[in-house]
Design a protein around this ligand. Structure first.
Ligand SMILES: [Zn+2]
Length: 247
């Protein structure tokens, strides 16, 4: 049965060797979400696919439907290889972590243009020498927000009191920020300034990474807050996290 080839842009998230010469790619697309693509004999002849098989590469793939959900990749035109990412281990580790979060948190085949734009601008920022702490903070924050997991920040999650200048705490399981009356002793101590910075950062369009500055304390507290939220929503710990350092 003949199938018409389709075309669509994708970012390569993973590359797995299969059999003697084939490759299976995990692809993320704006239109079709996460997909698996089968590149037959791609290790014997790199001619058809050239440099597009490596992680973090963005390319326009042409495919036909295969058995099940697998795309049979026919050819690809390179958009951006992001070769600069591969020369710095910490940048590469953070790019892998970002890709793994997308793989873990999105449903297969769920289209998501904004998260596609978020991922490729995050990878671009990393490749162009952006600051790692800023890249991680903004990527995690925006991913949580765009997937609808954002905790309460500027008011108490339980009594709904709006904060003005007081000390606050944070507990993602209880919904987010907490006033001292509601918090008890178990919740995380954070400054109101930190949650204020997170809330303000979300007002900037999701694909812009340049132009942000955060203090050390904000980075540290925001990291603890985002870790709590991610721990709550992820199905398992990302394997790539062990290669990252928060500080
Ligand atoms: Zn309260």
């Amino acid at each position: 049965m003949a199938h018409c080839p389709q075309r669509c842009e994708a970012i390569v998230l993973r590359h797995t060797n299969y059999g003697e010469a084939d490759i299976i790619l995990t692809l993320f697309t704006a239109e079709f979400g996460l997909q698996k693509g089968f590149a037959r004999a791609a290790r014997k002849s790199r001619k058809r696919f050239g440099a597009v098989l490596d992680p973090f590469t963005q390319a326009v793939f042409q495919w036909t439907s295969g058995r099940g959900d697998l795309w049979l990749l026919q050819e690809a035109d390179l958009v951006n290889s992001r070769i600069g990412l591969r020369s710095d281990f910490q940048r590469l580790a953070l790019a892998s972590y970002g890709s793994e979060l997308v793989t873990l948190l999105l449903e297969d085949e769920e289209p998501h243009l904004t998260i596609y734009e978020l991922l490729f601008s995050f990878l671009d920022y990393l490749e162009q020498g952006g600051q790692l702490k800023i890249a991680r903070l903004l990527f995690e924050l925006r991913l949580i927000y765009l997937l609808g997991y954002m905790p309460h920040l500027l008011h108490c999650s339980e009594c709904l009191k709006i904060f003005s200048e007081e000390s606050i705490r944070f507990d993602s399981v209880r919904g987010g920020s907490l006033c001292l009356d509601c918090a008890g002793s178990m919740a995380l101590d954070v400054e109101l300034g930190t949650v204020g910075t997170l809330a303000r950062s979300l007002k900037v369009v999701h694909h812009r990474f340049n132009g942000f500055q955060f203090g050390e304390k904000t980075i540290r507290e925001a990291g603890l807050i985002l870790d709590q939220v991610l721990h709550q929503v992820l199905p398992r710990e990302p394997k790539s996290r062990q290669f990252l350092t928060r500080e």
